[in-house]
Design a protein around this ligand. Structure first.
Ligand SMILES: C[S@@+](CC[C@H](N)C(=O)[O-])C[C@H]1O[C@@H](n2cnc3c(N)ncnc32)[C@H](O)[C@@H]1O
Length: 277
């Protein structure tokens, strides 16, 4: 990273530097400048503590580095959720690939001195029906080393635990305590998303957040749109925060095993909340 970039991150890591950067960037934006730096600068809307943890992460890894599967604005949405959701506990990412999103979740957890981050994956790039992401070949068919490398570079080794195996098996032996944020991003078939939701949501703390990635995949949307507030012990809120990201909240009380209707509508009407910068 350039000296200028490092200095900027260091500045944003202080209370007054953050306030000054926010004020300056706000003014420049209102004047029509800085449009192409939307992502890193959007982060300034977070509070000082969250920005400090994020800029520390960026000083260790480039903010969109490596082979991550989420674009920048989705990474920031994940970070925003993980850093600000008002329930304490563990964070679980089901489908971690090579750990870029995991690094953001871990930095968020560090910023609030919260629980561990568990990354669930076969680390073999498994896809629906047992096929594999073609890009797994680049990692010799196994992504665990690349994952651990990424987490090490992010300085988050002590906070992150990879849980290796098929998601359903791992959910059965999970012993990491109540989950405050569950990110489902593994098998994107209807059955895969349903299985992940049913097996993992009983571990989610009351008031905890369940985030689905890849809402733009029709099978994923089909499952999410069939979630029923009355039957599934969830609240459809915050809803659709970005085109590809949908989040719901776990109600208090034991979750019912979801018997998801097959005849659900794929409509998204009414869930169009947007994470505002
Ligand atoms: C889309 S990638 C995850 C991307 C990651 N969340 C990110 O933001 O970079 C999907 C991952 O899920 C894993 N996966 C798919 N099905 C799985 C299953 N049934 N159990 C465990 N891991 C699975 C794959 O190995 C792959 O690494």
């Amino acid at each position: 990273m350039s000296v200028l970039g490092k200095a900027y991150y260091a500045l944003c890591g202080t209370r007054w530097g953050h306030a000054a950067a926010r004020w300056t960037v706000g003014g420049l934006r209102r004047a029509g400048f800085l449009g192409r730096f939307q992502f890193p600068l959007d982060a300034l809307s977070l509070d000082h503590r969250c920005v400090r943890a994020l800029t520390t992460l960026w000083s260790r890894i480039h903010w969109s580095s490596g082979d991550g599967m989420m674009p920048a604005e989705e990474l920031l949405a994940m970070y925003r959720f993980a850093a600000t959701w008002p329930v304490r506990g563990a964070t679980v990412e089901v489908g971690a690939w090579v750990g870029l999103t995991t690094s953001y979740l871990a930095a968020a957890s560090a910023s609030r001195d919260d629980g561990k981050v568990y990354a669930v994956d076969t680390f073999e790039g498994t896809k629906e029906g047992g096929t594999h992401y073609p890009s797994v070949a680049k990692f010799g068919g196994r992504t665990l080393d690349a994952f651990e490398d990424q987490i090490r570079r992010a300085g988050m080794t002590d906070r992150v635990t990879p849980l290796v195996g098929m998601s359903g098996e791992v959910a059965e032996r999970y012993a990491g305590g109540p989950i405050r944020m569950l990110l489902i991003d593994a098998d994107h078939s209807y059955e895969g998303v349903r299985a992940d939701f049913e097996r993992w949501s009983p571990h989610v703390a009351p008031g905890g957040l369940i985030v689905f990635h890849d809402y733009l995949i029709p099978d994923v949307a089909h499952f999410i749109d069939g979630l029923d507030e009355d039957r599934d012990e969830i609240i459809i809120d915050p809803g659709r925060v970005l085109p590809n990201v949908f989040a719901v909240t776990r109600r208090a009380g034991p979750i019912m095993t979801a018997s998801v209707r097959a005849d659900v509508s794929v409509s998204t009407v009414g869930y169009a909340h947007v994470v505002s910068p």
